[in-house]
Design a protein around this ligand. Structure first.
Ligand code: MG
Length: 370
């Protein structure tokens, strides 16, 4: 116990490997499963829950490096613990698995704090808006037309989401004809009123991205062009941004505040993507959103939609959250308290404490990897 209340008593971490419903790929990667690292922290009879979609190595960082920092710490001082974790990992190298580990713990700590204070996370952060708009995301390059059509019909017709995104840049940009045909199919299925987005995952070269981006916008009304070139190529992103009508977005591989600052300073994006399960948790997500806001840019939450819902309503410059196929599937399968995408936004549940989610341990056991 500290003077102010209970101390953090335990940090538990587990790894689950969840197969996809069918083989999936984007422009530059293929996968058949998703790894989820789940962190649970306890204090004063309450439990906080966080997770990251990252490699199993991040669980080792949690158990061997971060747990000792948390245990005995004040659960109300989340930024303080976050800073201690970041400093302790200096020699491990922050980007990647380490930042994902810090993120999962930070999210669990904020959830724990809100539960100790018996408030929803949205109340703890403060709200500038009642809900977070979402866009349907999936549209893998491996999907055949029937699968693409079914996904789009679920998002738009089933759930009423007026924004959709598909993957392009197939096989590192070597199949541009199919990219164009698939985007044409999207527009045909969703009609004229729905916003159509594309994500090349860095699969195009600079001038290829400009040529493709112009056709996507002019022929199919695409308004969001995500990672047209590698997100490490800030000059290239800016070139595409200047040359194409669609908004250029990137930032999903941001593992530290400095990454976002450099991306914004380079004029590389119209909208900054930030992922709570990678950037350093809610603590850093809020700071990254402030960096974007100070440069008159919007932010979009990358993936893990149920973890972003509360914090997203705390910032004035939110554009939307990514309602990603794989994470919708995993989160509704393994967690109670997930939010409905109906109507095209997530509305944080204000009648539950924390982020309002609980993990269905028994249902997850069959996916346990460690
Ligand atoms: Mg992306």
């Amino acid at each position: 116990m500290s003077d102010r209340g209970p101390s953090i008593e335990s940090v538990d971490v587990s790894v689950f490997e969840v197969p996809t419903d069918q083989p999936e790929a984007d422009g530059t990667l293929e996968w058949t499963s998703t790894t989820m690292v789940v962190v649970e922290v306890r204090a004063g009879g309450h439990r906080g829950l966080g997770w990251t979609y990252a490699g199993a190595g991040s669980a080792t960082v949690v158990s061997e490096k971060l747990a000792d920092i948390c245990i005995g710490a004040d659960p109300l001082n989340v930024p303080g613990v976050n800073e201690q974790m970041a400093r302790a990992c200096r020699n491990l190298g922050r980007p990647g698995l380490v930042a994902c580990a810090i993120s999962a713990v930070d999210v669990a700590l904020w959830d724990l704090k809100a539960r100790l204070l018996e408030v929803p996370l949205a109340a703890l952060f403060g709200q500038v808006r009642p809900d977070a708009p979402i866009y349907g995301s999936g549209g893998f390059t491996t999907n055949d037309d029937d699968t693409t059509r079914a996904q789009l019909e679920q998002w738009v017709g089933g759930w009423g989401i007026p924004r959709v995104k598909v993957k392009i840049g197939e096989s590192w940009g070597t199949n541009p004809g199919r990219d164009l045909a698939r985007v044409a199919l999207v527009r045909e299925v969703v009609g004229d009123e729905v916003e159509v987005y594309v994500d090349a995952n860095g699969g195009y070269t600079r001038k290829q991205a400009v040529r493709m981006g112009r056709r996507f916008s002019e022929e199919h009304g695409v308004v969001w062009f995500e990672e047209p070139v590698s997100s490490d190529d800030l000059d290239g992103l800016r070139e595409v941004r200047d040359a194409c009508g669609a908004d250029v977005a990137a930032g999903e591989y941001g593992y530290s505040l400095g990454y976002f600052a450099k991306m914004v300073a380079a004029g590389a994006v119209d909208c900054l993507q930030v992922d709570v399960t990678r950037c350093g948790g809610y603590t850093i997500w809020l700071r990254a959103a402030a960096v974007a806001d100070a440069h008159n840019l919007q932010v979009s939450g990358h993936c893990a939609p149920n973890l972003h819902a509360h914090v997203a309503t705390a910032v004035p410059n939110l554009r939307h959250l990514e309602y990603f196929h794989d994470h919708h599937r995993i989160e509704t399968m393994l967690f109670d308290g997930t939010l409905t995408p109906d109507g095209g936004q997530l509305v944080p549940a204000l009648d539950r404490h924390g982020h309002g989610l609980s993990f269905r341990h028994a249902d997850a056991e069959k996916f346990r990897a460690q």
